[in-house]
Design a protein around this ligand. Structure first.
Ligand code: MTE
Length: 696
């Protein structure tokens, strides 16, 4: 339908696409700025023996949920039924009510589950639902809206790109003395989902610095308005601090792991946002991982390997996380009922099942509290009646808070049934107990709204973790393999270790896509997104995951502030995935050092192979090899497709590295054209080479 609409633009100006474009054009959203001051950063940096300055960038990311934005609206005699794929049922109800003019009590919204959300269905599902509801209202018939992947990718908005500018003062040991830090967020064409105020909580990662000046600036650009994406803002702020640690280590010629350990928060210290550092298991966790992952031995092996291999290099990086959990003011309404006919238990809670396992966890809590088997418990769709006014599912707290609600409901039900249980001898069969309660008029349903108050500390608790990643890089092609990952994650006393380990693994791999394979490209003249499908945009697949992935949940770590002593783990592990990129930098650094370039270099545009091939003083080798692939592919094309009219020209221009010349296939030369058209790096990344716009 949308394809039939033709739009003609006049007075076209070059679009503002990047943060750098926005800074040059002074294009900002006034009023969204942020400043946090702690101590005297300027004075501390001026007096510091060493000062490190730099810029670091991290890009956008598409959510890549398997199900795009989908909604079905059915007009009823007294309102509208909306089956939405949303993480925010309450917002969808409000949006549909406003779009159709129906009062909220005439809009019934239900969500059985969503086919992946990752933050992309927090605010954007309202747009899809409103459009669908208006169509259903006008046509007076059921309407189903399902966005194509291409439109979803182009219009819905993605993770905001960030730029960080920093000036850091430290002593001779690398102890942080003062940090002056500017964070820029690309919010796109309108500022609906700013994550700046959330990012600041992660800006100091797990490290103490007594003096800070932190500013956040919201950039206005012509890309689709950016939106929440798993660990929004947090992933960038945390990564920037980890990048700073690597930069300081490289400048002072220190081991990056030891420098991190030196600066880690100690008991009694306060974060940049002035939150006390409580329940700090970071140091212990870090030391445990160093030992269990045999970091020292492996580092020595890597050094040995790198010395004896010219075209393969390895790198290893360790990264901690400090993930403060906030849930004050978030509310979820939960309803639990027991049917008298067979004693089966039904739950509807206010959270959304999107694959994170919330339904499994609430069922477990109900089964354990009521003392019935899991099969007796069933979770029905979240809906706007029993889950009235519930908050959106996000921030990694919905599983815990809905478990808390179910726990309260079940405890109250149990208390009401207990006198009857005692009358029946103390241990009647479940079905008989329920039957008797029903006969005696006991109310077998309970509702509870969980609405935690703010705490004096500002946060509820902190989730800690540490990751060690080892990467092997093929210097000639840019191919890399993550050979081993060790993750030690503090999930408190896990509500379900299987689910939580799945979340740790999934979160980590989500991040591998962000750092290593996914990349968005825009047409510089029109601003159109060029990477709007799987031909061009590459989420990680089976071949990209670590060969050896070892996830351990910190044992014996009950969390006194969590629900049933647990901790959140939907988003925190994602942050640790930057260790893969940092390990890759170690490998690249080793390759560059061999040709006399041992300086620190930014890696923010390095992760994907395309970007890796452009790293200064490394690209030369890889460029040659890419083009060797061109020759190989061109030869195969000629032999297999018999394009007799095709003319493949191969013209020598660059001397091949020794390793490459040993292959008979790669003998000719690095430059190839096909029918007088350069076929660039077709052997490696065809999707980029065929479009001239990609050669940015
Ligand atoms: N896991 C799967 N399989 N699918 C998802 O969409 N969303 C993530 C994470 N894990 C997601 C997921 C995001 S963005 C969040 S905020 C948390 O789950 C939500 O989990 P919670 O119920 O614990 O808050």
């Amino acid at each position: 339908m949308a394809k039939t609409v033709k739009v003609t633009y006049t007075d076209l100006k070059p679009p503002i696409l990047t943060i750098q474009d926005a800074i040059a054009a002074q294009s900002f959203f006034p009023g969204n700025d942020q400043e946090v001051i702690k101590g005297d950063a300027e004075g501390a940096i001026a007096a510091a023996p060493h000062v490190v300055t730099g810029e670091v960038f991290c890009d956008t990311q598409y959510h890549f949920h398997m199900e795009t934005q989908v909604c079905k609206c059915t007009p009823l005699e007294d309102g509208m039924e909306v089956q939405a794929s949303t993480q925010a049922l309450d917002s969808v109800q409000t949006a549909v009510s406003q779009a159709t003019g129906l009062a909220a009590h005439r809009v019934y919204v239900s969500v059985k589950r969503v086919g992946g959300g990752f933050g992309g269905k927090l605010t954007r599902s309202c747009v899809a639902a409103s459009a669908c509801a208006v169509a259903a209202q006008v046509l007076n018939r059921p309407v189903c809206l399902s966005m194509s992947l291409n439109y979803n990718m182009e219009t819905i908005g993605k993770r905001a790109p960030y730029l960080g500018k920093y000036k850091v003062g430290c002593d001779a040991d690398g102890r942080l003395l003062g940090i002056d830090y500017q964070l820029y967020e690309n919010q796109g064409c309108c500022s609906t989902d700013s994550c700046l105020d959330y990012a600041v909580f992660f800006a100091d990662s797990a490290y103490f610095c007594p003096n800070w000046r932190y500013t956040g600036t919201a950039c206005r650009t012509n890309i689709a308005s950016t939106t929440m994406t798993r660990a929004p803002g947090a992933i960038a702020a945390h990564f920037f601090m980890e990048h700073i640690m690597d930069h300081v280590a490289a400048t002072l010629d220190k081991d990056p792991g030891e420098l991190r350990r030196l600066n880690m928060f100690q008991a009694g210290q306060r974060s940049l946002t002035d939150n006390p550092i409580t329940d700090n298991t970071m140091g212990q966790l870090w030391d445990d991982l160093v030992e269990s992952a045999e970091v020292q031995r492996r580092k020595e092996e890597i050094e040995q390997f790198n010395q004896t291999n010219r075209w393969k290099k390895r790198g290893l990086s360790m990264v901690p996380i400090r993930y403060p959990i906030h849930w004050a003011g978030i509310r979820f309404t939960v309803f639990v009922a027991i049917y008298h006919s067979d004693g089966s238990v039904v739950i509807t809670h206010g959270g959304i099942e999107m694959g994170q396992g919330i339904n499994t966890k609430v069922m477990q809590v109900a089964a354990a509290t009521l003392g019935v088997p899991m099969e007796t418990v069933h979770v029905m769709a979240t809906n706007s009646l029993s889950g009235v006014n519930s908050s959106a599912s996000g921030g990694s707290v919905s599983s815990e808070l809905n478990c808390k609600g179910v726990l309260e409901c079940c405890r109250r039900l149990d208390d009401r049934m207990d006198p009857i249980r005692q009358e029946m001898g103390g241990a009647p069969k479940w079905a008989e107990l329920i039957n008797m309660c029903h006969k005696k008029g006991v109310d077998l349903s309970e509702k509870y709204m969980e609405y935690p108050p703010p705490t004096a500390e500002g946060t509820q608790y902190t989730t800690w973790g540490a990751t060690c990643t080892e990467v092997e890089l093929d210097v000639l092609t840019g191919e890399r393999q993550i050979t081993r990952v060790d993750i030690l994650h503090d999930s408190g006393e896990s509500l379900n270790p299987d689910v939580d380990v799945g979340q740790v693994e999934g979160g980590f791999v989500f991040g591998l896509g962000y750092w290593l394979t996914e990349q968005c490209k825009y047409d510089k003249k029109t601003g159109q997104l060029l990477t709007n499908g799987t031909w061009d945009y590459k989420p990680p697949t089976t071949k990209d995951i670590p060969i050896d992935l070892r996830v351990t949940l910190l044992p014996n770590a009950p969390n006194p502030h969590g629900v049933l002593r647990s901790k959140a783990c939907g988003e925190p592990p994602l942050l640790m995935s930057c260790s893969a990129l940092l390990a890759l930098r170690q490998a690249v650094r080793s390759a560059r050092a061999e040709v006399g370039h041992d300086d620190f270099f930014p890696l923010d545009k390095m992760g994907t192979r395309w970007r890796l091939q452009r790293v200064p003083h490394l690209a030369g080798h890889m460029g040659v090899m890419c083009q060797c692939h061109v020759v190989a592919v061109a030869t195969v094309l000629l032999l297999t497709t018999r394009w007799s009219c095709a003319q493949v020209t191969i013209s020598p221009s660059v001397a091949l590295p020794e390793a490459a010349t040993s292959s008979p296939l790669l003998q000719p030369s690095p430059t190839a054209t096909f029918n007088n058209r350069s076929i660039g790096t077709i052997g490696l990344i065809p999707q980029f080479s065929l479009l001239p716009e990609f050669n940015q």
